[in-house]
Write a protein that binds this ligand. Structure first.
Ligand code: ZN
Length: 151
């Protein structure tokens, strides 16, 4: 179990240090910013959505390793998915990090590598770091523009 735990920590540290899909997305048609003042995490998410499918996604900003890793891994997890599948994935992720029940059903996408964030459940402050980018994503898809704050 401790081996598994250190593997998880390595994955978070790796994505925190070298975030994937980092930077602006020139042809984005959805965007939103997220702010977690409790920790100092700030990020902006850019998406190109066509025919209800996330064709491309990038983010920029600065924050702790957990918020950066969560954003980095989110971009990998949602690219190519329908907005409906993305919503189901968010539901599963939220249940994972809060210890709640997922209501998204059996046909929801698997969390895969995102399961490394299960450990934040024990640290309520860190739950905000891990979910910031997801709340920002939901806001971007529903409203396009604006800022989400955890406080
Ligand atoms: Zn943070």
């Amino acid at each position: 179990m401790s081996d598994l735990r250190s593997l998880y920590q390595e994955l978070i540290l790796d994505h925190g240090k070298s975030p994937r899909n980092f930077g602006k997305l020139a042809d984005a048609n959805r965007r939103a910013s997220g702010n977690n003042p409790l920790c100092g995490d700030k990020l902006t998410l850019y998406l190109r959505v066509e025919d209800d499918v996330v064709r491309d996604v990038r983010f920029e900003g600065s924050g702790c390793a957990i918020s950066t890793a969560s954003a980095s891994m989110l971009t990998q997890a949602i690219k190519g998915r329908t907005t409906q599948a993305v919503a189901a994935l968010f539901d599963r992720f939220h249940a994972l990090v809060t210890g709640g029940e997922s209501t998204s059903g059996a046909d929801a996408p698997e969390l895969g590598k995102l399961e490394v964030f299960a450990g934040v459940r024990e640290f309520p402050v860190r739950v905000k770091c891990a979910t910031l980018v997801w709340h920002t994503l939901v806001h971007a898809l529903e409203h396009d523009g604006g800022e989400v704050t955890t406080e």
